[in-house]
Design a protein around this ligand. Structure first.
Ligand code: G6P
Length: 373
């Protein structure tokens, strides 16, 4: 009913607008008075945590892209390898699991059968499993050794939105906790990173307050496009994959997401006059070499007549020069950028689905939680 949607047109719209709260609530209660991370709720003892020498994230769909984002951050902070594996591929390839491997199962519903079976396999091999889950008491958190709940609140729309930003937040807390335990990052730097994380709800809000009219206009302009490419590098790569997934899930548009560096190794062959290409552009500040590389990718496809849509940091002059449509991101560190960059892409998918007259909350052929393998 309209009341359940809190005045929004759809659950998806409502849930996107709950993203600042989803991040905030996921952070809440995990930091003590000194600003250190306190994971008392997690039932894996410090000794076991310290011994961890590898993390494997298992998840499906949107949750797996949250895991990919987390890989960049956790490897950087904790200096241990992080693999991200689709849960349904995991146990069938005889993965290398030891008691020192931490398997992180990410699932909004906590009922995805593929992820549950991966969790069981990992535990049978003697690894510890930590669940990042949005649903209290679901099967995945019940069977895991430990749980870090995302507090995004119930997600009703089939296409996952607020759960994604909450999953990234929870995985970052886990990464910073491990860095704190292992001493791989200076205390001050952990505090600084946590401060950046705490500032993100307000930055997401800023995107929600300013970008929707731009996105709506873009959706109108692009309503007839048959296919889209999404490109990003570093943490922008999983964001590109997630943007592509959203558009395909609810607007039924053929999309592909790629690492922007792959462009020259294949995808550029798809670029033709008027082809919409979405670029996630990293911040230019801090002598970020990846910024220049993404810009040169934009130049390449522009030269072939592509229609460029960019998600870029406010004031990015290079992007202004080439892009046909820009969704602006408030300044934030690169590792935090997925939390804001995904927002206009979710809105774009939603607006395009609405344009086409589709039910954005209940796309054809999809289920909110897939409880069969
Ligand atoms: C289904 C949903 C997706 C979701 C995926 C994983 O395919 O349609 O939106 O990302 O399952 O769900 P989970 O509940 O495990 O996060």
């Amino acid at each position: 009913s309209a009341a359940e949607k809190g005045g929004w047109d759809s659950f998806m719209d409502k849930e996107i607008h709950e993203e600042p709260a989803a991040v905030q609530r996921t952070l809440f209660g995990r930091l003590d008075d000194e600003g250190n991370i306190n994971l008392d709720e997690v039932r894996i003892d410090e000794h076991d945590f310290r011994a961890i020498d590898k993390i494997i994230v298992v998840a499906c769909g949107t949750a797996s892209y949250a895991g990919m984002v987390a890989k960049y951050a956790i490897e950087h902070w904790v200096r241990i390898p992080v693999e991200v594996e689709l849960a349904h591929e995991f146990r069938y390839r005889d993965p290398i699991l030891t008691p020192r491997t931490l398997v992180v199962a990410i699932s909004q519903s906590g009922e995805t059968m593929d992820t549950l079976m991966a969790l069981r396999h990992a535990r049978e091999q003697g690894s510890k499993v930590l669940a990042i889950c949005n649903t209290q008491g679901a099967s995945i958190p019940r069977e895991a050794d430990a749980v870090l709940y995302t507090h995004a609140g119930p997600e009703v729309a089939v296409a996952s939105t607020k759960a994604f930003v909450a999953q990234i937040t929870a995985a970052y807390i886990l990464g910073l906790y491990l860095a704190q335990l292992k001493g791989t990052v200076f205390r001050d730097e952990i505090h600084q990173t946590l401060d950046s994380l705490k500032a993100m709800p307000q930055k997401i809000q800023q995107v929600l307050d300013t970008q929707p009219p731009r996105v709506a206009k873009a959706a109108e302009q692009l309503a007839d496009a048959n296919s889209f490419l999404f490109l990003g590098r570093h943490v922008g790569y999983p964001v590109a994959l997630e943007g592509a997934l959203k558009l395909k899930e609810i607007a039924y548009t053929f999309t592909e997401g790629f690492a922007a560096g792959e462009l020259k190794h294949g995808p550029i062959a798809l670029v033709d006059e008027g082809e919409p290409v979405v670029f996630i552009v990293p911040p230019a500040r801090g002598r970020n070499i990846l910024h220049a590389k993404v810009i040169s990718g934009i130049e390449e496809v522009k030269a072939r007549g592509a229609f460029i849509i960019a998600v870029a940091e406010e004031g990015d002059k290079d992007v202004e020069r080439y892009a046909d449509i820009i969704f602006w991101r408030p300044q934030c560190p690169t590792l935090m950028s997925p939390l804001v960059d995904v927002v206009p892409l979710q809105l774009l998918a939603m607006d395009m689905a609405k344009q086409k007259g589709y039910d954005v909350d209940k796309p054809r052929n999809l289920a909110k939680s897939v409880t069969v393998e």
